[in-house]
Design a protein around this ligand. Structure first.
Ligand SMILES: [Zn+2]
Ligand SMILES: [Zn+2]
Length: 174
């Protein structure tokens, strides 16, 4: 019950629309979602409309998520700006449940639609494939676990690459 849209009037008037907006702080969001904010609020702004008796919700999600670097594990703030578009119908008697879901139209009942699960999904689908604290993150030493961005260690990390080993041999001989 965190991102509830009231569509009682809207669902009965074809062509009607209204602006919607939500702003959830950390406490509110973390209670009902597995999305973790690094800072600020999760903000949703958009429009809900009745088009041919299908309720469409369009908008934009902005938030800064808490992630961690794939190489060194340090916390990384990930700014997200996600376009949102979902359709809902409560006319389950006209088209079967399966049919509606196949067309990507979600079913709802009553006068309210809880948007949070769909917002959550949209954000997850937009997460970057790779998260790095910085482009040239040196990661952790595979031997001792030292964060190589912060300091160097004296571990013997060879052989790294057989091609490099050959090169090193040649240089030693030269
Ligand atoms: Zn890193
Ligand atoms: Zn080391």
């Amino acid at each position: 019950m965190t991102m509830m849209i009231k569509v009682g009037k809207l669902k009965n008037v074809d062509g009607s629309a209204m602006p919607i907006g939500f702003s959830l702080n950390k406490e509110e969001l973390h209670k009902d979602s597995s999305l973790k904010l690094a800072e600020g609020d999760l903000v949703f702004t958009g429009t809900v409309a009745n088009r041919d008796r299908v309720i469409t919700v369009s908008g934009e999600i902005r938030c800064v998520l808490q992630g961690s670097c794939d190489r060194c594990g340090e916390k990384v703030a990930i700014p997200m700006d996600v376009a949102f578009h979902e359709s809902f119908t409560n006319l389950s008697e006209k088209c079967g449940d399966d049919e509606a879901e196949e067309e990507g139209v979600h079913l709802f009942s009553g006068d309210e639609i809880e948007l949070l699960p769909y917002v959550e999904q949209a954000v997850f689908l937009s997460l970057p494939m790779k998260t790095l604290c910085r482009e040239d993150c040196r990661g952790l030493c595979p031997v001792c676990g030292t964060n190589l961005n912060e300091k160097t260690c004296s571990c013997d990390k060879s052989p790294i690459d057989p091609r490099l080993a050959v090169l090193a041999d040649l240089l030693n001989k030269g």
